[in-house]
Design a protein around this ligand. Structure first.
Ligand SMILES: Nc1ncnc2c1ncn2[C@@H]1O[C@H](COP(=O)(O)OP(=O)(O)OP(=O)(O)O)[C@@H](O)[C@H]1O
Ligand SMILES: [Mg+2]
Length: 441
């Protein structure tokens, strides 16, 4: 905190304003002997001029002067931005009709009566200089404090913003990793029984084939078996079994292959996020995402069946974070599906058109870009909403349905993590297409 020792009032400058030369001289001598700098003026106008220019620390101002008097001078000093903070002490003869109250009201801080008692003058000057310095110091400290508060507030709001960002990322990562773990868990659980079913099926198939061959051998060697055997063969439709069994095995095999494809797809989707980029087939990403979303394409109380059309070009592998890229496909395709939801039907007139999502991929060899387009003929986006859809928490979906984070996260992933671009074209009531451009390093 401030203490008096740190206040150096002896470097101060004092402006004395008096039309009486004797007074002027006496005051000047006494004051400069005390070590203060002196400036003098003999009338109001030149006093104001000097005060503006030299910025004294204190003004001793005679009240009775020719021209503008001390009061008027003081008023002008207090109106002037350059001089209004300089303290003014009035000098007045006892015989003058000096209105102390008025003097203080117009901004004087004190008054000294003539004839002067020089010790009193010096003592008052000292007191007011001290007050002046303390006030100045306080103002400076206040300013510094305000500046620091402002800086701190700015730092805090930046930290808050960063915190929000990382919270959003955490929530998304958490969601994704929970989904990933779940999917990976399901894939694993399917894979185990799948393994022993597939393994045993081959043996069963061989055994049954052997049994059939064996039976056929019986028929050949004993063409006229007992009646009981003939009856039973008819009952169980033995000839039909001979024909059907191989077909059944091949269809069971197809089913198993399908399950194993699904399980592979699930594992592709769940591919844990690596800390470094890995080579990835974008089509695998889209396909596995579609698989996860497949049940949402079927007709339900929100929309009729949605048809997905794939126009895949031939693409090079992409060095990327596959988990994150899948997350983007998930967000964009989920949005396209939701663009057919009944909650949005007020904006959408499907008429006779079938709900459709067309996914196109191409490779631009010139710019080395993989371009993926997801186009729907759903609600479309109004020009007003178009400005906002990438903003965090912006959603037009009912509470509980949309968090408004999908697109802002997708933009972060595509633009910040993969140096790509994501943008869209949309016509309200007609549909929307999202375009994702990813550079192949
Ligand atoms: N294909 C689309 N058709 C129509 N509107 C869309 C489409 N994609 C995005 N939007 C609009 O952009 C908004 C923001 O999308 P975003 O994915 O960021 O959040 P959300 O889908 O509302 O919620 P969530 O966080 O669950 O994804 C949506 O609420 C919707 O209004
Ligand atoms: Mg969304």
């Amino acid at each position: 905190m401030t203490n008096n020792q740190s206040i150096n009032i002896y470097n101060s400058t004092i402006l004395i304003v008096d039309d009486n030369q004797t007074n002027l001289k006496m005051l000047s001598n006494a004051i400069s002997e005390s070590g203060w700098e002196i400036l003098v003026a003999t009338d109001g106008e030149s006093a104001i001029e000097q005060a503006e220019y030299a910025q004294p620390d204190l003004i001793l101002l005679d009240v009775m002067m020719p021209g503008i008097d001390g009061f008027k001078t003081c008023q002008l000093l207090k109106k002037n931005q350059l001089t209004r903070d300089i303290p003014v002490i009035f000098l007045t003869a006892l015989s003058d009709k000096f209105d102390k109250v008025q003097g203080l009201l117009i901004g004087g801080i004190d008054y000294i009566t003539k004839p002067f008692q020089i010790e009193e003058v010096l003592a008052r000057i000292q007191v007011h200089l001290k007050i002046r310095f303390l006030t100045k110091q306080l103002a400076e400290q206040n300013q510094q404090l305000e500046k620091r508060v402002e800086e701190r507030t700015q730092e805090l709001s930046q930290t808050l913003e960063e915190l929000k960002q990382s919270q959003i990322q955490l929530v998304q990562q958490e969601k994704l990793s929970t989904l990933g773990q779940l999917v990976a868990g399901v894939a694993h659980e399917i894979n185990n029984p799948l393994g022993f079913i597939t393994g045993n099926l081959e043996f069963i198939s061989n055994y049954i084939q052997s049994l059939i061959t064996h039976l056929q051998l019986y028929q050949e060697i004993y063409p006229n078996p007992d009646d009981k055997i003939v009856k039973n063969a008819r009952l169980i439709e033995l000839e039909q079994i001979f024909q059907d069994v191989p077909k059944m095995f091949s269809s069971v095999n197809m089913g198993l292959e399908r399950i194993s494809e699904i399980s592979d797809s699930l594992r592709t989707f769940a591919r844990a996020d690596t800390s470094h980029k890995v080579s990835f087939d974008i089509h695998d990403g889209i396909d596995s995402t579609l698989l996860i979303l497949k049940h949402r394409l079927k007709a339900n109380n929100q929309h009729p069946e949605i048809v997905v059309i794939k126009n895949y070009g031939s693409l090079p592998f992409l060095d990327c974070y596959p988990g994150q890229i899948n997350q983007v496909f998930m967000n964009i395709i989920a949005n396209a599906i939701e663009a057919f939801d009944a909650d949005n039907q007020s904006k959408l007139d499907l008429g006779n058109t079938t709900p459709e999502i067309i996914i196109t991929t191409v490779f631009e060899p010139g710019e080395k870009l993989i371009i993926t387009t997801v186009k729907d003929n759903g609600t479309g986006i109004s020009p007003e909403d178009s400005q906002k859809i990438f903003k965090q928490y912006f959603t037009t979906k009912p509470i509980g349905k949309g968090t408004g984070l999908g697109l802002s996260i997708s933009r972060q992933i595509i633009e910040d993590k993969h140096q790509g671009k994501i943008y869209f074209n949309s016509v309200l009531g007609k549909g929307t297409e999202f375009i994702i451009e990813l550079p192949v390093a």
